[in-house]
Design a protein around this ligand. Structure first.
Ligand SMILES: Cc1cc2nc3c(=O)[nH]c(=O)nc-3n(C[C@H](O)[C@H](O)[C@H](O)COP(=O)(O)OP(=O)(O)OC[C@H]3O[C@@H](n4cnc5c(N)ncnc54)[C@H](O)[C@@H]3O)c2cc1C
Length: 446
């Protein structure tokens, strides 16, 4: 596969050992059923992945996980994308990022009741961040915990909740208290979806792609939240969700690369066997160069994802934080954009048949589209990258006082000669003198 050269032998061996396992759990009938929304969620697949220890690979053994690495988890998502679909990969990805949060911040009770069944594949998890009034700007969420003596009542709404129709629990973001700083009263709660106040307002499956995810618009009508269902410190969960998103981006981007690689391989085979103008399509450079360009972009994206995953693996017990944010944003931005473009290129190479369902490339192109929006859109990733540029690259050596006054000197080169005093254009003698001094050897073209 692409990105292979950057892997060490144990990593390659791990991936090879998972490849057949993942492939054996995927059938064309399942892929079709998911894309037609004939099944609400790939829960059988998730259960079987759990039996094989292929969920939440990053969760340490002492918390009931497989005790592997983030990179392993990313590779399993890649294989799920390659053999399966984005939906299946996303369902699996939840176990990595929700797994990270519950393992790091959840109480023993939460770990026993929710984390361990999730990792075993017997309980489906969903994630409630987005609301009608808050998507990219998570700080605007309005779901709120109201004290009721025994704990709290949760009121509010969440939308685009993948797996909401099947899930046993939701990890939700809500507010607690009345802080004027919208990030100072965040609370993370685990909600048991059997609570009578957990209401599906609308099934959301009429999507462009990414189907079979059992997504829904959810309303909380006084859902009971016990104090023991709070994850981490109440009021300080903003950073917890930021950490979770970092993990999600790295693992989720990898699934898109797996899918896109599959589309490119299919297109390469097609191009080799389809003739136009007396030769295989592949022998027209416009075609093979398109494939080459897409493959190079994917390979670069694999390397970036490896880097981001390895950085997460180096956190060795420390909290994931700002120092991982940039690399994760770059991996997600470059990876999801390259994957979508590669899938689109695969359709173009195959032509009309690429637009039909005889080849999975049209589905892959629809599926990869979602990843440019969810988990932090491409624009949000650019915002993060730009913020780092401003912090790390803007420095005092750049002469801000000369911006707009470059006639007096260069903001970049210290001591660059300021332009001499002005003179009138009729003063030819002056003009010649200056040209002779500044260009003693002529323009270089003569
Ligand atoms: C397939 C799919 C699955 C999802 N699953 C889940 C889930 O399981 N749980 C969950 O909580 N959420 C989920 N979401 C929601 C997803 O996280 C949000 O859609 C995403 O965060 C964007 O929010 P929004 O749709 O409200 O768009 P908005 O935040 O309203 O933004 C609209 C557009 O404007 C751009 N934009 C916004 N602000 C700026 C800015 N400052 N500069 C430049 N551009 C900007 C955005 O990038 C976007 O393109 C899912 C979404 C999709 C599509």
């Amino acid at each position: 596969m692409l990105g292979d050269l950057d892997l060490f032998l144990p990593e390659k061996t791990f991936r090879a050992s998972c490849d057949n396992a993942v492939e054996s759990l995927v059938t064309p009938a399942l892929l079709q059923a998911l894309d037609r929304n004939e099944v609400a969620y790939p829960d059988d697949f998730i259960r079987q992945m759990g039996e094989r220890g292929l969920l939440g690979r990053n969760v340490p053994k002492e918390n009931g996980g497989p005790g592997g690495t983030f990179l392993e988890d990313a590779m399993v998502s890649e294989l799920t994308g390659y053999h399966g679909t984005a939906t299946m990969a996303c369902a699996r990805t939840f176990t990595a990022h929700i797994g990270y949060v519950l393992s790091r911040y959840g109480s023993k009770t939460i770990q026993e009741r929710f984390l361990q069944p999730m990792l075993a594949g017997t309980m489906i998890a969903c994630q409630g961040m987005t609301e009608p009034g808050a998507g990219s700007d998570l700080s605007r969420i309005e779901s709120r915990l109201v004290p009721d003596g025994l704990g709290w009542r949760l009121r509010g709404q969440k939308r685009f909740v993948d797996g909401a129709q099947t899930a046993g629990f939701m990890l939700a973001a809500a507010r607690l208290g009345e802080s004027t700083d919208p990030r100072r009263d965040f609370v993370a709660v685990v909600i048991d979806t059997r609570d009578p106040g957990f209401i599906i307002r609308e099934v959301q499956n009429d999507w462009h792609g990414f189907r079979g995810m059992g997504s829904a618009w959810v309303e909380f009508r006084d859902v009971h939240v016990d104090p023991e269902n709070v994850v981490g410190v109440p009021g300080q969960a903003w950073t917890l969700f930021m950490e979770e998103l970092i993990v999600e981006r790295v693992v989720m981007a990898r699934a898109q690369l797996g899918q896109a690689e599959r589309a490119l391989r299919i297109a390469t085979n097609y191009a080799q066997h389809r003739n136009t103008f007396d030769r295989p399509l592949f022998d027209h450079e416009a075609v093979s160069f398109r494939l080459a360009h897409a493959a190079a972009q994917l390979d670069a994206a694999y390397l970036l994802d490896n880097r981001a995953a390895r950085l997460l693996d180096q956190h060795s017990g420390d909290t994931i934080g700002r120092n991982h944010e940039l690399e994760a944003a770059i991996a997600k931005y470059v990876g999801t954009e390259a994957a979508w473009q590669a899938a689109d290129d695969a359709i173009q190479v195959i032509g009309g048949m690429g637009y039909t369902t005889k080849y999975p490339v049209e589905r892959i192109q629809r599926d990869t589209r979602a990843a440019r929006i969810t988990g932090g859109s491409s624009e949000m990733m650019q915002l993060i990258i730009a913020r780092h540029l401003k912090k790390e690259w803007v420095d005092a050596t750049f002469r801000e006082d000369l911006v707009g006054h470059e006639v007096d000197g260069s903001p970049v080169f210290n001591g660059w000669n300021p332009a001499p005093e002005g003179f009138h254009p009729t003063d030819k003698q002056r003009l010649w003198t200056i040209q002779a001094v500044e260009s003693p050897r002529g323009s270089g073209n003569d």
